[in-house]
Design a protein around this ligand. Structure first.
Ligand code: K2U
Ligand code: ZN
Length: 167
């Protein structure tokens, strides 16, 4: 298994939409394993393939406190959503930035698991937030796009300054 480099906002590659997985072959299985290892090491509770510069619709999530309930979703799609919730979010591609985002309270997501079985999950709370956050990544969107233009400009400036310091 390998740790994968995570792209950082405002890298333009994060804005590219990912393509559906046509065949769950060894490459996809390896990608999912490496994404999970990368997520746990970050640490994060979710990771989408575009964040590691791979334009396939693959997401890994683990919102458990014990960090041993890995969900791997191939071609996930939200088929139902209801209610509203607002909570603070962060993103492994936007390090050090946290802000409040409004999401659906409950979602129903259809996806394929690694055994190529069609699955449906109904989620609320943090899992619902994470599913929406990760599926947005698959569509080339990042949570900062929910914020004002002014906040996005300030985030770009802050991350550009950080990049200069660490260069
Ligand atoms: O996509 C990502 O960058 C992973 C996010 C997922 C996430 C963001 C906001 C709310 C829920 C999930 C990272 O896991 S952000 C880091 C983090 C770590 C622990 C708890 C919450 C957020
Ligand atoms: Zn993210």
């Amino acid at each position: 298994m390998s740790l994968l480099p995570i792209l950082r906002f405002p890298d333009p590659r994060l804005k590219k939409p990912a393509a559906p997985v046509r065949e769950i072959d060894e490459n996809i299985l390896r990608l999912a394993r490496d994404m999970a290892e990368t997520m746990y090491e970050a640490p994060g509770i979710g990771l989408a393939a575009p964040q590691v510069d791979v334009l396939h619709r693959v997401v890994v999530i683990d919102v458990s406190d014990t960090r041993d309930e890995l969900l791997t979703l191939i071609n996930p799609e939200i088929v139902e959503s209801e209610g509203k919730q607002t909570g603070e979010e962060g993103c492994l591609s936007v390090p050090g930035i946290y802000d409040r985002v409004e999401r659906a309270e409950r979602v129903v997501v259809r996806y394929l698991d690694l055994e190529r079985c069609r699955k449906t999950i109904a989620a609320d709370g943090l899992l619902a937030v994470c599913l929406q956050h990760e599926i947005e990544h698959l569509d080339g969107r990042i949570f900062v796009e929910h914020l004002s233009r002014l906040k996005q400009a300030r985030i770009r400036a802050k991350l550009a300054k950080q990049a200069k310091i660490t260069a």
